[in-house]
Design a binder for this molecule. Structure first.
Ligand code: ADP
Length: 173
């Protein structure tokens, strides 16, 4: 599966892939971090369609076009806010990844780009979140032809190195 997973350091808004995933919030009205960057780059049309959708529960995904972004779709995934780990956070984070993969699979997409959902202001511990992300993606790819490729896009170097290390370990196990 390792050949269907890429890990890069960079800005997800610059990727010309079939779909990028947004680490959105339940209101779907933009915010800081990757959400703010995506709304800025996509333009006001994105906010207008998100307003029509009217929000999204934690763990679920809503799909929009990508407007001025170079990708085709934005999958808005609402990650859990870390509250210590006993409020269902792992299941909700797993659901985000699975729902995004499912949307990509239903559309028979080539490449899906994923940020580190919940790892910014939502405060999810990085190693635990990255392990969930890699496990869910790996498991999905074993059982599905689509998306053909998953690109993890990490904004900073420590996160990039963490994902690299965990993928090497996963591929050995
Ligand atoms: P959340 O609210 O789900 O925690 P954040 O946007 O605050 O979402 O952070 C999620 C992750 O996205 C963090 O690791 C952050 O460094 C990263 N990030 C921020 N901007 C970008 C970007 N333009 N491209 C990719 N990742 C980004």
């Amino acid at each position: 599966m390792k050949d269907r997973i890429d890990i890069i350091q960079g800005d997800i808004t610059e990727l010309a892939v079939d779909a990028i995933v947004n680490a959105a919030n339940r209101g779907l009205l933009g915010g800081g971090g990757v959400d703010g960057a995506i709304h800025r780059a996509a333009g006001p049309e994105l906010l207008a369609v998100c307003r029509e959708i009217g929000g999204c529960p934690t763990g679920e995904v809503r799909v929009t076009k990508a407007f001025h972004l170079p990708s085709t779709y934005v999958f808005h995934a609402v990650g859990p806010i870390w509250q210590g780990g006993n409020a269902g956070e792992p299941d909700l984070l797993r659901a985000c990844y699975r729902n995004a993969l499912d949307e990509a699979s239903n559309r028979q997409l080539g490449a899906l780009a994923l940020p580190a959902i919940s790892c910014g202001v939502y405060g999810y511990p990085h190693q635990e979140a990255a392990t969930i992300a890699l496990n869910e993606v790996w498991q999905w790819l074993v059982g599905h032809e689509f998306p053909q490729k998953v690109v993890f896009v990490l904004f900073d170097q420590p996160m990039y190195e963490l994902y690299q290390r965990l993928l090497v370990e996963k591929a050995k196990s």
